[in-house]
Design a protein. Structure first.
Length: 300
């Protein structure tokens, strides 16, 4: 039987709430083992389970974690040596670190980067400066991971994080896995940065549940795109979009210096765009082939 771990793909940034110690351990072992088996570099950030315990449990599963560790393919960290290395949670510094980790994994020739992190430290140490910015950090991380190279799972213990806080954190991820998820689970939304044309592809469903992640990735387009290039947002594989998604698209189009082209919008999304921003500056809505009618001008 497949598990949610089996359905993850490069580019996924997943919020993974859980309720039991067994679920935490099983998820971490499955994720790390799958990454090493796929020839990816794996970074494991553990808080409640000692790194040595994880390595021993992987070895018992037949994973050659000793060789992976010796080669640098697998790295095990605690919060004290990663998120809290400066004695506080410096969100900007951690985000910069992800850029370096992605570049390093590529330079080393790995097929991809896998990251799994037990975020219990943010609840266990509320006195640490910066933890109040955790949801903002996760949303910005969604932007970094949208290049379809890293697969990232952020584990949140529901026994430690209040419901309201956890919902806000989940919205900063494109998708979330909740307990008792059915066998047919798949990431609700995938955000994939594109280069030809330059922009973003949205796959799945975009609604309030992942609003903050979508807004962060869209807002980052102005900085992430080549100079002088309009953003092309491909929504042809978007099965559902609510008003919050449409509003984010309209706001972003107005803020981008060279505007935005939305390609492949469904009839329902077109209606929402018309309702919210019929005269939105810089916004052009094109059919799925990306070619506007020859006689048309302005927003379409």
């Amino acid at each position: 039987m497949t598990t949610p771990v089996d359905r993850l793909a490069p580019g996924d940034h997943i919020c993974w709430p859980f309720r039991t110690d067994d679920e935490r351990l099983t998820t971490m072992l499955e994720f790390v083992g799958a990454g090493l088996g796929a020839g990816e570099k794996v970074l494991c950030f553990t808080e409640e389970i000692a790194p040595r315990t994880l390595q021993s449990a992987l070895a018992e599963r037949g994973v050659d974690v000793e060789t992976a560790d010796a080669l640098g393919q697998a790295r095990f960290h605690t919060a004290d040596t990663s998120y809290l290395a400066t004695g506080r949670f410096d969100a900007e510094a951690v985000l910069d670190g992800w850029h370096r980790q992605l570049a390093e994994a590529r330079q080393e020739g790995y097929a991809g980067l896998r990251v799994i992190a037990d975020m219990a430290w943010a609840a266990r140490r509320p006195q640490v400066d910066g933890t109040e910015r955790l949801a903002w950090y996760e949303a910005q991380a969604s932007r970094i991971f949208a290049d379809a190279y890293a697969t990232v799972v952020c584990m949140y213990d529901q026994r430690l994080f209040p419901g309201d806080r956890l919902r806000g954190i989940a919205a900063a991820h494109p998708a979330a896995v909740f307990p008792r998820t059915g066998d047919d689970w798949h990431p609700r939304l995938r955000l994939v940065r594109t280069t030809d044309p330059a922009g973003l592809r949205l796959i799945g469903e975009a609604d309030r549940a992942c609003r903050d992640a979508l807004e962060a990735v869209l807002a980052g387009l102005a900085e992430d795109l080549p100079a002088g290039s309009p953003a092309t947002v491909d929504v042809s594989r978007l099965a559902f979009a609510d008003v919050s998604c449409a509003a984010a698209l309209v706001r972003t189009a107005g803020a981008l210096p060279y505007g935005m082209r939305i390609v492949g919008a469904s009839a329902a999304l077109r209606r929402l765009l018309d309702m919210i921003g019929a005269e939105a500056p810089g916004l052009t809505v094109l059919p799925a082939d990306g070619v506007a009618p020859a006689a048309a001008t302005g927003r379409r």
